[in-house]
Design a protein around this ligand. Structure first.
Ligand code: PEP
Ligand code: MG
Length: 754
């Protein structure tokens, strides 16, 4: 059963569109359960009716025609109760309603299970048979499991189906909801960033130069044929006869004149080589997946692999430097820091990532750069958006396609208001961050890209609380050498000198994997990350620390910070390595004392050991992004649980205060460098807790400065006392919004076009 389930889910996942997905479901379920009927009814959101959308065994002519209101008939009962209904004789049930012409008179046994996605019923899956007997428990369990697995796919296909049929081909407006990534609004033109070769993500494209495309396809095919031959030859004697047979299968698929001829046929019809290849290969993959025989079914994997190989060559041959439109909006399946580096900043208006969430690193970078961003837009048919005009609402996490003129006008107004607000705040640039009662709060910035430096200085940053050294590592294709690192770090230190610059040692792992140092783990955020990697690779750590210390020479504004610490031994080991580098460099003639060293508090274990940590180092800095994810057990990258990720959760607020108290008890300065520091309301709370320094993305700095210049420490302490008693993030965030409003700062409560 498990195997059958897996195959059905796989096939449905690979379907192109809702119709095909439903068709696969009814055929495969009917077959797997050996029933006479299988049908799917889907809810129409507009009028609360369940539409008969696909069937095997009932009257096909009524598909899309017949329907029932939720609550009526047995199907309506399943939807209303959100539970399975299993009956021996359907027609005897009081809820039974006869649908004329559908052809179910002869079927007595009925089993319907709800299809539930994100707590809502999206439809009902039904099997029926003539024999008067209840479906047994294992049938019911099978259907419930299948329905649960398919609900997401169906819901997704339903949304994208509507989008593709009505929105992309016509001019019907649509709003797609994701997760806010970086605040702000952008109106611009979509530029689709293709992931690595993916047959399913190739957009169709018409071309004129067909001959060139045919040639490119043949060359790619030949290159793959050679690659496979080379591998087979190299392995030679080591291969068993069965393994050899596999290579023969590969080569015979490539030699298969029908596949090649089909691709060439489509190209001659005007399709570009990549599009033609993708279309033909996907059809063949499906064809194999439908085969009964498991050996033949497995061939689908080979066809997919081959198609991907040919596509890789086609894409490599096609890579010309890209011309970006003005106000480009980058759209991709999974945008990364690297994709941000490819486009000139002045052309970049916004970002949309299908996966990831508001605290993914690409979103953090986007905030630092002030680029409006939507993450987790899972229903967006992104591959088909090239060159389309889009609106991004980074405040609410939505994307608008084909907006009505009045909606576009409204967004233009928000854009203008934002620009005016930034202009207003510019006047604060050279003003200190001092509260109404004279308390000074240093505001620092988080940096990573060189572009952050100018922005940060323009916004009046007084130091760098977090320089993410992994960013320059991410933008390369190998580890930078010690000397290359020295130059990069020197540039940062020089740009801010004499202001302090806190350099964090390499924090890779989690969602930051270097292309040249892949870390493959089932559970990357609980795995080999940050200090754990660098302590296991002292050569990487030592080179980095040496580069930092050398870069510091003569400027003396360096601070070193350790990420992802979860026990005191890690601090001791890291300190020993730092001391060793310093001593060695002194022997080589380096002058100057050891710079201040600090620990990030971003793991719950480090919170409770904060005093012990503080005794060992010169400062502590809370990484509220990770601390939130670990305290709440919510993956910061997963859009599915993004609604549960909230740095204003009481558990986080209590931990923040606990760390601040611990640090002060040891007489060690305490800062924060997570995104929370950039939230004006939260900044007031942090002031109330006694934080010594707030480090945030450059874009947030003027807003936070404005907020703190409007309050007194006493008010901040009172606000803290109040919210500490609250039981949810929602209550706390509501109270902070009201506090801002009471202090004349409604403009920072941002939800402009909800
Ligand atoms: C944090 O976790 O809060 C932090 C500042 O580090 P990063 O976001 O880079 O993981
Ligand atoms: Mg972190």
């Amino acid at each position: 059963m498990l195997e059958t389930l897996r195959h059905i889910v796989q096939e449905v996942n690979a379907a192109r569109g809702l119709e095909e997905a439903l068709d696969i479901i009814v055929r495969r379920v009917q077959d797997a359960m050996q029933t006479q009927v299988c049908s799917v009814y889907l809810q129409d959101g507009n009028n609360d009716r369940l539409i008969f959308r696909a069937t095997q065994g009932l009257n096909q002519a009524l598909v899309d025609e017949a329907s029932l209101p939720v609550g009526e008939g047995l199907v309506g009962l399943v939807a209303a109760r959100g539970e399975p209904v299993n009956l021996e004789e359907a027609e005897k049930h009081p809820s039974f309603r006869f649908l004329p012409g559908i052809g179910e008179e002869q079927f007595h046994a009925f089993l319907g299970v709800p299809i539930i996605h994100q707590r809502g019923v999206v439809g009902v899956l039904v099997v029926q048979q003539a024999e008067r007997r209840r479906f047994d428990e294992s049938d019911e369990a099978f259907l419930v499991t299948l329905s649960a697995q398919l609900a997401g796919v169906i819901a997704h296909a339903q949304v994208t189906g509507v989008l593709e049929s009505r929105v992309l081909t016509g001019a019907v407006p649509a709003k797609i909801t994701g997760v806010p990534g970086a605040q702000g609004v952008a109106i611009g033109t979509a530029v689709v960033v293709s992931p690595g070769a993916d047959l399913y993500a190739v957009p169709p494209r018409e071309v004129k130069d067909r001959r060139k495309q045919v040639r490119a396809f043949r060359e790619a095919l030949e290159a793959v044929r050679k690659d496979i031959q080379v591998v087979a030859d190299n392995l030679g004697a080591e291969l068993s006869p069965e393994d050899h047979a596999l290579f023969d299968v590969y080569l015979s698929i490539l030699d298969d004149s029908t596949i090649g001829a089909e691709v060439v046929g489509l190209i001659k019809g005007g399709q570009w080589a990549q599009g033609a290849l993708s279309q033909v290969m996907i059809e063949h993959i499906r064809h194999f997946e439908r085969m009964e025989h498991s050996y033949l079914k497995e061939r689908a994997v080979d066809v997919r692999d081959l198609g991907t190989r040919v596509l890789t060559y086609l894409q490599a041959a096609n890579q010309e430097p890209r011309a970006y439109p003005d106000r480009a909006i980058l759209v991709g399946e999974e945008l990364t820091a690297t994709s941000l580096g490819e486009i000139p900043r002045e052309k970049l208006a916004g970002l949309i990532s299908v996966s990831g969430s508001g605290n993914s690193h690409v979103a953090i970078l986007a905030r630092a750069m002030g680029v409006p961003t939507v993450m987790g837009a899972v229903d967006l048919p992104y591959a088909r958006l090239q060159d389309r005009e889009l609106i991004i609402d980074g405040y609410n996490g939505t994307v608008h396609l084909n907006p009505l003129p009045e909606i576009k006008q409204r967004f233009q107004e928000v854009l203008d208001q934002d620009a005016a607000l930034s202009k207003d705040l510019e006047s604060l640039r050279d003003q200190p961050c001092v509260t109404v009662d004279g308390h000074r709060m240093p505001l620092w910035v988080n940096t990573g890209l060189m572009a952050d430096v100018t922005r940060s200085l323009e916004q009046g940053a007084e130091g760098v609380g977090l320089y993410r050294t992994e960013v320059p590592f991410l933008l390369r294709d190998r580890f930078p050498s010690e000397e290359e690192q020295r130059q990069i770090y020197r540039e940062q230190l020089e740009a801010f000198a004499p202001k302090p610059v806190t350099m964090r040692t390499l924090d890779i792992g989690g969602d930051k994997s270097l292309p040249y140092f892949p870390i493959e783990e089932d559970n990357p955020f609980l795995g080999w990350r940050g200090i754990r990697v660098t302590l296991d690779h002292p050569e990487i750590f030592l080179a980095q620390v040496r580069a930092m210390l050398k870069a510091n020479e003569g400027l003396w504004n360096l601070r070193i910070m350790l990420p992802m610490v979860s026990n005191t031994a890690e601090v001791d080991e890291a300190l020993a390595l730092i001391h060793r580098s310093h001593e060695e460099l002194q022997q080589e003639g380096l002058t100057g004392r050891l710079p201040p060293v600090g620990v990030m508090i971003e793991v719950p274990a480090a919170v409770s050991q904060a005093r012990l940590m503080a005794r060992r180092v010169d400062f502590l800095s809370v990484g509220s992004n990770d601390l939130t994810q670990y305290l709440l057990a919510v993956d910061r990258n997963n859009p599915q649980v993004a609604g549960l990720y909230h740095s204003l959760h009481p558990a986080v607020i209590h931990a923040l205060e606990f760390v601040s108290d611990a640090s002060r008890a040891e007489g060690v300065p305490i800062g924060i460098c997570g995104e929370l520091a950039g939230d004006p309301g939260a900044a007031v709370l942090l002031l109330g807790m006694g934080y010594d320094v707030l480090s945030m993305n450059a874009t947030s700095l003027p807003r936070v400065k404005n907020a703190l210049r409007n309050v007194t420490v006493k008010e901040a302490e009172r606000l803290l006392a109040e919210v500490k008693e609250m039981e949810s993030a929602k209550h706390i965030s509501g109270r902070l919004d009201r506090f801002l409003a009471e202090h004349g700062m409604e403009k920072f409560i941002h939800n402009p076009v909800a």
